[in-house]
Design a protein around this ligand. Sequence first.
Ligand code: PMP
Length: 351
Amino acid sequence: MSRFLRDELLGLAPYTPGEQPSERKYIKLNTNESPFPPSQKAVAAAAEAAKSLQLYPPLDGGELRLKLAEHLGVSYEQVAVTNGSDEALNFIFKAFCGKSSPAAFADITYGFYKVFAGLNGVPFDIIPLREDFRLAPEDYFGIDRNIFIANPNAPTGLKISLSDIEKIASSNPDKITVIDEAYVDFGGESAVPLISAHPNLIVVQTFSKSRSLAGARVGFAVASPEIIADLYRIIYSTNPYNLSRTNLAAALGALSDGDYTLSNCKKIIRTRERVAGELKKLGFRVLESSSNFLFASSPKIGGKQLYSRLKSEGILIRHFDSPRISDFVRITIGSDGEMDEFLKAAAKILD
Ligand code: PMP
């Protein structure tokens, strides 16, 4: 740290991303990436777009914004396209949260909410999940906070219903409710149709998971035209060219290949259910997942130890050294072959 860092950032604890090792080849089940390559349409469109990289990219997400609006059944003015959904979340904090407009989120949820709150000087309340890791909607009723909920949640994989989301949003009408749907395509239900009746609701999604484009960095926010205009104020005050030509093109290609996305999601869900069953046979407690990962604990071995032992076997999973969940590990659903390797190694370690 230099002596020039401003005082407000001295206490900031940055987000810790999952490991991205280069020293050896691992079976990578630690960052919720897709085991499947991007759609051929995405790859071809990105290659074509690369031929024009001497030019700045289109503003406002170009054609992607239009096609996303069509795809979601909302107007063009209701979509903001961002560099990964992390950028959408950061810009939501910047636009709507502050000292007089605090945030609230669960104790066990996506770690970046706390980081963005810290980065943007936003006070926040932590609302603990219940004993069984479920989010109790009534804990959020009338709290008058800007609420951030991942649905399905990470790292638990548990989801809440749309009617609970409606109740939360309508009981906090003077603050925003943000539903982060990074994993919605693996068994969740999108809150986008609720937006017309709830002007304080913002839905955030990503191309990183179900559309196999984590490396491209494309996300988006859906909300009322007024909220989206506020987000574009932030985009135009930060970097109007927030998406490159190649990532816009890749996302457009992926969006046009809905069959491929759907078939990959079905495969991942099928594999998830199989692996959950096998882990239970090995004595694991496995939370009911609606995402592309499982959150599981074994009475025989601590989370950290299981993570380390699997790592030495060439398999990377994620362990969070946090209160309440240190016995658990998060396992991304890979291909069937990768999951067989994982199950074999887990069974050997437990033996
Ligand atoms: N929300 C949640 C709940 C996530 O797990 C992630 C991925 N780490 C993101 C948002 C951000 O994804 P991206 O920036 O790749 O769109």
